[in-house]
Design a protein around this ligand. Structure first.
Ligand SMILES: *Cc1c(COP(=O)(O)O)cnc(C)c1O
Length: 440
């Protein structure tokens, strides 16, 4: 038997961990997880941690979920993988049909990849190629919002505006136009979130009036810009943005990789603005947090622009594991849970409980901008010592059995949907304790 310390030592010697300055592990703990159950992760010493960030926003219905496990075991004995060019299989067909039906066939065509950044790049390439196929090959530029995050591959960095991720790589990619975000925290006194949205729309209109002939698409994270620190905006922003994109013949790409799959209160975040984009990217929660899977949904109109006898007018993009049957099956089991348990309605109740758990924290003198959209809750902290706050908070939270990973000075909860009332209460109480210990 390996002891827990062995796994940590061996990991630090051989695994280069993501999103980490490895030297920080000289003082910051690395936790070796042995197993997971429900909302909890367990290390080798039997210490448990409430997975309040859904393991980077992917887990919806808990670890080792019996229904997803059962579906995967069944699929393993049928077909683990087959290539998707020239072949098809039941799980990918069923998944595409079920997702299309959720948009009432407004987005009736699904293109598959494995990770979120690839889905973003597919949407960008499809938009670019659409305009080329439509005789408007001068439309080659993209627009993103301030603080946007769309992944970290080279193309996705071009539409990302979070300096920690982009700064070192500036020369590597074509930079998108960056336009004012509708982040409601920018409200001046007397302004509502809708007023901020109006200002942000005006900024977008100014750019499109000047430049739309050269612009292929605008990409946004609907309702919540997550990676920059859970920046939230009014749904009406999306409605107005859709109208602008129509007016100026520019595609709208909705990156629902983090906010899709019920996270914000509706299955797709765009539903809250009663709009559909031209491209919708999904990943993270779609496989229930089990397997890498991403996809881009698009319209008949886009699909038809590629449908032609000429090979080069087709969309020739591919990934080795495109439409992997195991991942699709995990996604189907996840969608089945949405139906069987009426998850969207139940989440309204859970979101209320989450709001209650947040209340005592809102009263803390160093806390501001307490905000929530469905099953995402966040607040900003003004700690006495700003440097290293996120890491101090993370480490202290672990001692209180919580997995929380602040972004800068923003603390957020993005828990699995199946959190019980007791677990929510525990989350609220312990977060407050951690806050008190880290703001001293
Ligand atoms: C996580 C995320 C991505 C990137 O997904 P990966 O699977 O990490 O490549 C893209 N967009 C948004 C909004 C995300 O939250």
């Amino acid at each position: 038997m390996q002891s827990a310390d062995d796994w940590v030592t061996r990991s630090l010697a051989s695994v280069w961990h993501p999103c980490t300055q490895m030297q920080h592990h000289e003082t910051m703990p690395l936790v070796a997880i042995s197993h997971g159950r429900g909302a909890w992760l367990y290390d080798h010493q039997g210490q448990r941690y409430l997975d309040a960030v859904s393991s980077w926003w992917v887990n919806l219905f808990g670890h080792a979920n019996p229904r997803i496990n059962e579906a995967l075991k069944d699929q393993l004995d049928r077909l683990e993988h087959a290539m998707l060019a020239g072949f098809t299989h039941e799980p990918v067909v069923q998944l595409s049909e079920r997702l299309a039906a959720k948009t009432r066939h407004a987005l009736g065509h699904c293109f598959y990849a494995s990770d979120g950044a690839s889905a973003v790049e597919i949407a960008l390439k499809m938009s670019f190629h659409y305009w080329r196929n439509s005789g408007r090959s001068e439309k080659q530029e993209f627009v993103c919002l301030q603080g946007s995050y769309h992944g970290e591959t080279v193309g996705a960095l071009g539409v990302t505006d979070v300096p920690v991720f982009t700064e070192a790589y500036g020369g590597m990619y074509q930079r998108a136009h960056v336009v004012m975000s509708p982040d409601a925290r920018q409200a001046k006194s007397g302004e509502s979130d809708a007023d901020v949205a109006v200002r942000a729309i005006q900024a977008m209109r100014t750019l499109l009036e000047r430049r739309s002939d050269k612009i292929a698409a605008v990409i946004v994270e609907p309702l919540v810009q997550c990676a920059v620190g859970m920046a939230m905006h009014a749904p009406d922003y999306l409605r107005q943005l859709r109208a602008l994109c129509d007016e100026f013949a520019v595609h709208l790409i909705a990156d629902e990789i983090a906010v899709g799959c019920g996270r914000t209160g509706t299955f797709f975040a765009c539903e809250q603005a009663a709009i559909w984009p031209d491209f919708l990217c999904l990943s993270k929660g779609i496989s229930g947090g089990y397997l890498p899977l991403s996809l881009v949904m698009t319209t008949d109109n886009v699909y038809q622009a590629f449908y032609h006898p000429e090979v080069a007018r087709g969309f020739l993009h591919s990934h080795s594991y495109t439409g992997n049957p195991l991942a699709c099956r995990a996604a189907l089991a996840t969608l089945q849970i949405f139906d069987d348990d009426d998850v969207i309605s139940h989440n309204q109740l859970r979101a209320k409980k989450l709001a209650q758990a947040l209340q005592p924290i809102a009263a803390h003198p160093q806390v501001s901008h307490v905000r929530q959209r469905g099953m995402i809750a966040a607040f900003d902290v003004s700690p006495t010592v700003r440097e290293g706050f996120a890491r101090r908070f993370f480490t202290t939270a672990l001692q209180k059995e919580l997995l929380l990973r602040p972004i800068g000075t923003t603390v957020y909860w993005m828990p699995p949907f199946m959190l019980s009332d007791e677990e929510m209460t525990l989350l609220g109480e312990r977060t407050l304790e951690v806050l008190q210990l880290t703001t001293l």
